[in-house]
Design a protein around this ligand. Structure first.
Ligand code: PLP
Length: 435
């Protein structure tokens, strides 16, 4: 029997329990480590390939372990359906390529993870897809950059290291008016922020980070809220609403509706799965899906502790005489502060950025003096991690661009883990004293 629940904490544990995994279903989702599946008959095989019947044929397209992960994260976020892929980068790529082709454009926030910025500014440009970068400070910027060939708007809910919350509701409202879906990367705030409740249409995640939570496995997820009306804006979305030669001439908004599984709940994700995942191939290993599911079960618990610890760390640094400036959602004021309180409901997320007096040299010395925090450029682990962006993630950028990204010479980014807060504060204290 599928489990009965309504809240995200329960969804993180039980979401996907309706996926059929055998006559006496295993309690823990097993790893279906198989490339292919025995097809019951030639008629059933044809039905699966023609999207008339549920079933598995080949793990590049779907896999029972991955099905549970997709369903579970969709349940956590209140989405209609999900698609698991090999990495966060694959999730961003497929989510956007699913809507755009050569000659089209998308409008994106200019506050982005560096990998995504490169994807849009260089790789997509080589595909003939233009990205128009705008500041999310004023939601009207998205509308002003939109024309008849704009297929979607994109942003990150909590871009780092700037840590300014994206105005989800305001931009989503304008996106509805303009007939474009708002695609948001919610990697930094799974469970904490539920962007679909504020109008976002599609979510992407690097599951490598907080969803997995243990820094062991790469993975990505795309979730469809199921709220965007493609047919109403058919002229703007021909890839969704006109026959697709990439799959026997199906129209994605009208295909798969009879399928019982998640495949039938999102024409948008069915298209991504049956064309882009099929053709480009960035599928998630079921072994990684298993590890990500293990992490997902404790996501709400971990995010609560990340949020409590990061807020204590931000408060401690704010008072420290050797610290010039601290950036953390709890310290946001005015309109931004009001947005933080409304969107995040008291959990300020896991990240803190601060600036040490003494510039780059002091920043480097501080990182080297840490004894509990690890020096890692990754985030999203249970372990606390520190990075000096000016000498690592942003080292290739000229200083002017570093400043535009919110990085100064003395900036340090902390991804605060779930260790005891006393140990974390003691480590920061001793490292600051060592300067
Ligand atoms: N999106 C954001 C916001 C990220 O921080 C990252 C990785 O750091 C990615 C996407 C890419 O994820 P992955 O490393 O899983 O490909």
């Amino acid at each position: 029997m599928p489990k009965d629940f309504s809240r995200a904490e329960s969804a993180a544990v039980h979401g996907g329990s309706h996926v059929r995994l055998g006559l006496t279903p295993p309690v823990t989702t097993p790893i279906f480590q198989t490339a292919a599946y025995e097809l019951p008959s030639t008629a059933a095989a044809a039905g699966i390939f023609d999207l008339l019947q549920d079933g598995h044929a080949y793990t590049r397209l779907n896999n029972p372990t991955n099905d549970v992960l997709e369903e579970r994260m969709a349940a956590v976020d209140g989405a209609a359906a999900g698609l698991a892929v090999a990495s966060g980068q694959a999730a961003v790529s497929l989510a956007l390529l699913n809507l755009c082709q050569a000659g089209d454009n998308l409008v994106s926030s200019n506050e982005l993870y560096g990998g995504t910025w490169n994807l849009l500014a260089n790789t997509f440009a080589r595909f003939g897809i233009e990205t128009r970068f705008v500041s999310p400070d004023d939601p009207a910027n998205f509308a002003a950059a939109t024309d008849a060939r704009t297929r979607c708007w994109f942003g990150e809910t909590l871009p780092n290291p700037r840590l300014r919350l994206f105005p989800v509701e305001e931009v989503a409202g304008l996106a509805e008016e303009h007939g474009v879906p708002l695609v948001l990367d919610n990697t930094m705030l799974p469970y904490v922020l539920r962007p679909i409740e504020f109008g976002a249409h599609v979510l992407v995640y690097s599951a490598t980070k907080y969803i997995g939570g243990h820094g062991s496995s790469l993975g990505g997820l795309i979730l469809d809220a199921g709220t965007f009306d493609w047919e109403r804006h058919a002229d703007r979305h021909p890839l969704m609403t006109t026959p697709d030669p990439a799959h026997g001439g199906v129209v994605w908004t009208r295909t798969g509706r009879d399928l019982d599984s998640a495949l039938g709940r999102s024409g948008y994700l069915l298209k991504a799965r049956e064309t882009l995942l099929r053709d480009l191939g960035p599928c998630l290993s079921p072994f990684n899906a298993f590890l990500l599911l293990q992490g997902l079960e404790t996501l709400p618990l971990r995010m609560r502790v990340h949020g409590e610890n990061s807020t204590r760390v931000a408060g401690f640094l704010q008072e420290h005489p050797l610290v010039e400036r601290v950036v953390h959602p709890s310290l946001a004021e005015g309109e931004e502060g009001a947005r933080v309180r409304r969107y995040l409901g008291g959990n300020n997320g896991p990240l803190v950025q601060f600036e040490i007096k003494g510039g780059q040299e002091a920043g480097s010395r501080f990182i080297e003096a840490l004894r509990l925090f690890s020096h890692v450029t990754n985030i999203g682990d249970v372990r606390s991690m520190a990075t000096h962006p000016a000498s690592t993630t942003h080292a290739q950028l000229p200083e002017a661009q570093q400043l535009a990204a919110g990085v100064t010479r003395g900036s340090v980014r902390l991804a605060v883990g779930v260790e005891h807060i006393d140990d974390l504060l003691a480590d920061l204290d001793q490292a600051l004293k060592a300067l």
